[in-house]
Design a binder for this molecule. Structure first.
Ligand code: 13P
Length: 250
């Protein structure tokens, strides 16, 4: 039996402000009480350093993206070393919004994950099918292809995190059923173990897509759900703290 610490990560997307960092302070206080749970907030780049200072180590701070190169002529981009210098200890790569809006490919996502890991960041790599792909019965094949092409080859284990985020569940209130989540997380675990051996047992698999206080406990009870990647409900302590508490009880 492999014991993985639950990870509850908030993805603030393009939301937040210096004024709103009071929420991070309240989240950090709750995170300190939640034994056995890692808590992270991924704010916009501009808020990484102040969020780290205000939360004083109570939560981990992460980037929502990272460039695959260390430096150079890449206007608008931020490297892994820059994230670390600002106080981040993890980053997200391959969120479906970036795969769509910035046309990021699996190969680019993999390069970002490799760069982040090489710099010492933990990396959350996102995968997930669209509504049309699920209705066509292609969801498992899509996610397996994304895993194969988006994940790096060399991993130790726990520094890699996979987030399963079905696109149709993001920001829609349509949370995947526990049965759907169980099927996909078991398939992801099998793929991880087939590729990485025992290290694949240490990779955490998060569910993301309309996670809220009222559905978190049910999701955390599903086998191979090692936490959540939370969008809208991570923006306020009032909504995020009950999700952290549900992870601590699970
Ligand atoms: P919501 O929790 O707002 O559905 O967003 C999920 C997500 O995209 C997290 O990365």
């Amino acid at each position: 039996m492999h014991v993985r610490r639950k990870l509850v990560a908030g993805n603030w997307k393009m939301n937040g402000s210096l004024d709103g960092l009071n929420e991070v302070i309240a989240i950090a206080e709750a995170a300190r009480e939640a034994s056995g749970v890692d808590v992270a907030i991924c704010p916009p780049f501009t808020l990484i350093a102040p969020a780290g200072m205000r939360s004083a180590g109570g939560v981990r701070i992460g980037g929502q993206d990272v460039h695959h190169r260390a430096s150079g002529a890449h206007t608008g981009c931020v490297s892994a070393a820059m994230l670390k210098e600002a106080g981040a200890s993890l980053a997200i790569a391959g969120h479906s919004e970036r795969r769509t809006d910035q046309h990021e490919t699996d190969a680019e996502v993999r390069a970002k994950a490799e760069a982040g890991l090489a710099a010492g960041l933990d990396m959350i790599v996102c995968v997930g099918e669209s509504d049309a792909q699920r209705r066509a019965g292609d969801h498992s094949a899509v996610v397996e292809r994304q895993l194969a092409a988006s994940l790096p080859d060399d991993i130790g284990g726990a520094e890699l995190v996979v987030a399963y985020e079905p696109i149709w569940a993001i920001g829609t209130g349509n949370v995947a059923t526990p049965a759907d989540v169980a099927e996909m997380h078991a398939a992801i675990r099998a793929a991880l173990v087939a590729r990485y051996g025992d290290a694949g047992q240490h990779v955490r698999i998060l569910y993301g897509g309309s996670v809220k206080a009222d559905n978190a406990a049910e999701l955390f009870a599903v086998a191979d759900v090692d936490g959540a990647l939370v969008g809208g409900a991570s923006l306020t302590a009032a909504q995020f703290v009950p999700i952290i508490e549900a992870a601590a009880r699970s």
